[in-house]
Design a protein around this ligand. Sequence first.
Ligand SMILES: Cc1cc2nc3c(=O)[nH]c(=O)nc-3n(C[C@H](O)[C@H](O)[C@H](O)COP(=O)(O)OP(=O)(O)OC[C@H]3O[C@@H](n4cnc5c(N)ncnc54)[C@H](O)[C@@H]3O)c2cc1C
Length: 458
Amino acid sequence: MSSASSQFDTIIIGAGLSGLAAGIRLAHYGQKVCICERHSRIGGLNSWYSRKGMLLETGLHAMTNLARRDDPKSLPLLKMLRQLRIPLDALQIREQNYSLIRFPEKTLKFDNHFQNFEASLADTFPHEIDNFQRLDRFIAEFNEVNLNHRFISARRQIGRFITDPLLTEMLLCPLFYYGSAVEDDMDFAQFAIMYKSIFRQGFFRPGGGIKALLDLMEKRFIESGGELKLNCKVDEILVFNGVASGVRCANGDELHSHQILSSAGLPETQRLSRQKTIAAPGNLAFFETLAVFDKLDGHDETIIFFCNDEKLAYRRPETPVSLNSGVICLPHNFQFKSGDFVPAPMLRTTVLSDYRTWHDVDYAATKSRALHDVLKMTGGMTGVDMNNAVFTDAFTPKTIERYTGRLNGAIYGSAEKQRNGLTEIEGLYICGTDQGFLGITGAALSGISIANLHLLLT
Ligand SMILES: Cc1cc2nc3c(=O)[nH]c(=O)nc-3n(C[C@H](O)[C@H](O)[C@H](O)COP(=O)(O)OP(=O)(O)OC[C@H]3O[C@@H](n4cnc5c(N)ncnc54)[C@H](O)[C@@H]3O)c2cc1C
């Protein structure tokens, strides 16, 4: 018999963006909800930390899915805010300056006005502009949020419209890096989601940074009656006769509920609930460096998606870092207003990494070599003298695994997504990364959708 204090309508595993959003939604409807978070801080993959008196964000390059006040209410960001009862103004949207897709032969430029992207494309690939516009119309009409569709290769679909292989790679590069758990390809539905959220809608930052957004979400959750347990790692999902019955935490406490929503990942959740079939963990892990400067003159671009080689290789490398391609973000280059949290001038570089190469090695030496190589490449690409950096840091796949429990440090989770959120255990559901919606807005919408679909019924 459990005491009333350990009995909940829904228990959520993880206080990342998806878990928090689901928690707010359920608490708004009067459910008794508890979120268990293994870490001492909320945010999961997108959190923050302090070093040398600076607040540094672990994940935030930019939020996708920009929406402005008079945009259609159906846009994902407006839908997300409406469902969380957060006014648009509270987010203090600060738009990007502009971003680049830089390959050895050609560069494309885009900002939050789609016609500028079209103009750049018409300039750089004049023979492809009609094809691109046909692809754009096809994507506009595609229903990417159907939860029951099967994997369709984005490469194959793009190939029906675009004939120049270089343009195909250049379109895929940002969408791979911001949201594909599949090597060298992505599901066309995911491609359409990311295409709309990056090229059609655009990039922005909350004026207060990720911490302000997390603080806002935590406040909403607590004010709506939710219970947040930090430093509360779930060690086991309890199942009785094929039905979820609660969780056992690392400190031995048991919490009870017939509705468990897990944002820990699909294979991670299957392990916690001792399921017979365990999905393969993700293969794609990343190495992320930060280099902070006193000032960074001559650079006003926000994000550079780059490929250094003839061919884009979006796959697990066999080395601690791959310099083939990646992302360089300058998070201080948004249209800030006074009173905002403006990040220190910095270059954040993300490249692919083989998580296997971080085990059984001299970790510190491997990390230091990888950091050196990535900073050197970043300096070479941007013309910035990296010796002027006043602070550098790096996250390896092991950092991600240690802080969030994601197997292999795979930020985008398993290649196998559970779009309908169901598991083989009654009452146990998946949300977030492995439900298939990625990124900050995507993860939050995933939490909301699965809460609406399965957990508000009772
Ligand atoms: C370096 C980096 C840069 C990124 N940049 C961007 C960006 O610029 N824009 C963008 O939109 N997205 C970005 N992302 C991706 C984005 O952060 C994620 O897609 C999103 O935050 C995923 O949210 P989630 O809720 O699905 O998962 P998570 O954030 O992983 O949340 C899951 C939570 O569950 C907790 N947990 C796991 N296991 C347990 C357990 N057993 N018990 C209790 N708690 C548990 C974890 O600690 C974690 O807090 C970035 C990610 C990284 C790592």
